[in-house]
Ligand binder design. Structure first.
Ligand SMILES: [Zn+2]
Length: 261
């Protein structure tokens, strides 16, 4: 496959219901994907889907704000994480977007640390969801503080910030600990990310869709699918002044290096 969407949810509706159609459109467009769990059930489903196709891999983890009612047991995720089709731990991280009080933040940080420890133990990268409160970088600052302290003891800790909306200061800190950053649909309809995309070296950039969310131009308003990642690649190429082929190849190389696919 020429393209990779490193973060999709084929395990969520409406993609789950049109599973076959979604896969056919991926094949037609030369697109592979890593499909990501947001809780225990969807993590198991991600593995089930990945086991059926050699161009699909899985991520397992508990999203910081999805299904907070789950009876969380990290050992269950650790067992899933050992599956050979699992190529990342997550999505996990910190989400302060809808407002989080101190006790919620503490809870999210504890959950995040358990995921980091699994990633270190199984030697697989993190797939990080960090979403700051409006007009701030708070979730990134807290996530990086935690990651930087683990990194001192565990040099094998690595990963990717998914749906990256951080600024150049945050990107600099992420690069310093060897993490990559992925971009998706919104870069095709706002210029807000142009500067940070120009700043991050090509070897630290990934493409994703977060399907079924956040469809890129010209598919806005439709259900987002992994094949649409081509539009994200095209936009990165435009911002970077590279060809689409150069960017697609670079991202595939990055994905092989980071996710071992
Ligand atoms: Zn996601």
């Amino acid at each position: 496959m020429k393209y990779i969407d490193i973060h999709s949810h084929l395990n969520l509706e409406p993609l789950k219901a049109d599973h076959e159609g979604v896969i056919i459109r991926m094949v037609e467009n030369n697109v592979s994907t890593i499909t990501i769990g947001v809780d225990y059930e969807t993590s198991k489903e991600a593995i089930e889907i990945a086991e059926k196709y050699d161009f699909i891999w899985a991520g397992v983890g508990l999203h910081p704000t999805d299904n907070t009612s789950e009876d969380f047991d990290i050992s269950k995720y650790e067992t899933l994480a050992q599956n050979s089709k699992v190529v990342c731990i997550g999505e996990c991280g910190l989400d302060y977007f809808r407002g989080a009080d101190e006790s919620t933040k503490e809870k999210q940080k504890e959950l995040f640390k358990r995921h980091i420890e699994v990633a270190i133990k199984v030697g697989k990268p993190l797939m990080i969801h960090a979403r700051p409160s409006k007009g701030s970088q708070d979730a990134y600052e807290d996530a990086l503080e935690i990651l930087e302290s683990y990194k001192k003891e565990h040099n094998n800790l690595f990963g990717n910030f998914h749906f990256f909306v951080g600024d150049i200061t945050i990107a600099t800190r992420a690069l310093a600990i060897g993490f990559t950053m992925s971009f998706d649909g919104p870069i095709t309809f706002t210029n807000d990310y142009d500067e940070v995309i120009k700043f991050i070296p090509m070897e630290s950039i990934m493409s994703e869709t977060d399907a079924p969310f956040a469809a890129p131009v010209p598919y806005r308003g439709k259900t987002c699918e992994p094949y649409m990642v081509k539009e994200v690649v095209k936009k990165i190429a435009e911002i970077k002044g590279l060809t689409e082929d150069e960017v697609a190849n670079a991202i595939m190389t990055n994905a092989k290096r980071v996710f071992g696919i």
